[in-house]
Design a binder for this molecule. Structure first.
Ligand code: SR1
Ligand code: MG
Length: 419
């Protein structure tokens, strides 16, 4: 398949013939494409995803569609997003160790990425809904977020390299625009594509009437859109993590952009909190133990983020910012500066976290943690706790300075009757 062929979506029927000559594919599946089996398994909002199995092994083929799959061709979306996903995967692979799938082949014209088939990994969100634990999850998430935040920034890179990076990703305009509206703006007014559980109406009306909340959400949007601190995954939720019982990988960085260092940490924390608040509808006798485990994952990921960021600060601060020439070489400790940077990242993360908690109940693209709870009357009180805590996180982000405060806030909302 060559890059000068006009884009055409793959199908389970055409895939084997169309990819059958690619050495990077035949070497992994076996040379005879008539022996391959192809299954389309995409359950995300945007793309086609195929698992292709041959006598020698299996691969994943991910292809962008020219529209938003969740909505249909009434919402066109540029194919160039596959280019940025490939760029992001390459950079994440360089900036972390064994955290993302290997890429075997990229075809820009066909907007497709052929990559490692992670198995027996499954989408983390499904494991959390089922009540399954993943050993080392918090440490993995904390290290991934810290390493990508630090190594994608001018703490690690020189100014020219970093500006070139920002230049590359500034071509990705359509995908950030989705987050700009769906995440930061639509939740706070009656936007066209919104939906919510009508039993939440009183709470939703109160949120949308809260001008301070909207001002703070827009302030975070300004940071998201204008502050190019580091390369973000951009959509780090539990559907972008695949896990076994003891290993995790990060997938799907097509929302990658340069943005604030606290964004990914905030988004992933929000998704753990939504898993936490939804549990009473999914669990039986093991509810308390499992909710405690989710909180321990949040605590571990935040703790690890700080520790890993500090380690990198002292071991790998080779970039334009806070140079050793200005601190260590003068006999001056830079630890206070590191603490200040971490304080800003953490308070940004808390506000982004609250905004993500809101948008997954109020805007387009709700999450299965809540949506799988079929009865709106059972779902509403759990969503209400989530919305309440989200609002407090946005309004008081700067005052939540340690992990314990966040966890005790979650515990407290989990006991509240908000409706
Ligand atoms: C129209 S895309 C909706 C959502 O799906 C993606 O996974 C992102 O979370 C996006 O906001
Ligand atoms: Mg995705």
């Amino acid at each position: 398949m060559s890059t000068n062929v006009t884009y055409e979506p793959l199908t389970p029927e055409t895939l084997a013939t169309r990819l059958g000559q690619l050495e990077s594919v035949t070497s992994r599946l076996g040379p005879d494409h008539n022996q391959w089996s192809v299954k389309e398994v995409g359950d995300g909002n945007l793309n086609l995803v195929f698992i292709v199995v041959g006598p020698k092994g299996s691969i994943i083929v991910k292809q962008a569609l020219p529209y938003v799959r969740l909505v249909g061709d009434s919402w066109p979306l540029p194919l160039y997003r596959a280019f940025f996903e490939n760029c992001a995967l390459t950079r994440q692979a360089q900036r972390t160790q064994n955290c993302v799938p290997d890429v075997y082949h990229f075809d820009n014209a066909q907007a497709l990425i052929i990559m490692e088939h992670l198995k027996p990994h499954v989408i983390l969100r499904n494991k959390l809904i089922k009540g399954e634990r993943v050993t080392g999850l918090g440490k993995f998430v904390g290290e991934f977020c810290a390493q990508t935040a630090f190594r994608g920034s001018e703490l690690s890179m020189n100014s020219a390299d970093k500006k070139a990076e920002v230049g590359i990703f500034s071509g990705n305009v359509a995908i950030p625009a989705i987050s700009e509206s769906l995440v930061f703006t639509d939740p706070y007014f009656v936007a066209q594509m919104n939906s919510h559980n009508s039993l939440l109406d009183p709470i939703v009306t109160a949120l949308r009437s809260n001008v301070e909340l909207k001002v703070r959400a827009q302030r975070m949007l300004m940071k998201f859109a204008s502050n190019t601190e580091t390369m973000l995954h951009g959509d780090l939720h539990s559907g972008s993590i695949m896990s076994t019982d003891g290993e995790s990988k990060i997938i799907d960085p097509e929302f990658a952009q340069y943005g604030p260092m606290g964004f990914d940490l905030g988004m992933v924390t929000a998704n753990f909190l939504m898993a936490y608040f939804s549990q009473p509808a999914h669990r039986g006798d093991d509810l308390d133990d499992y909710q405690e485990w989710i909180l321990s994952v949040i605590g571990e990921s935040l703790r690890t983020f700080r520790a890993e960021f500090k380690r990198l600060w002292h071991a790998e601060r080779t970039g334009m910012l806070y140079p050793a020439t200005l601190f260590e070489d003068q006999g001056h400790d830079s630890s206070i500066a590191c603490e200040q940077v971490l304080t800003d990242i953490f308070s940004d993360a808390m506000a982004f976290c609250g905004i993500e908690m809101h948008r997954r109940c109020l805007s387009l693209a709700h999450n299965a943690d809540f949506e799988d709870i079929v009865d709106p009357a059972i779902r509403a009180p759990l969503e209400a706790r989530n919305l309440g805590m989200g609002a407090q996180l946005i309004l008081e982000a700067e005052t939540i300075t340690d992990n314990a405060s966040l966890i005790s806030m979650a515990n407290s909302y989990n006991r509240r009757n908000m409706l």
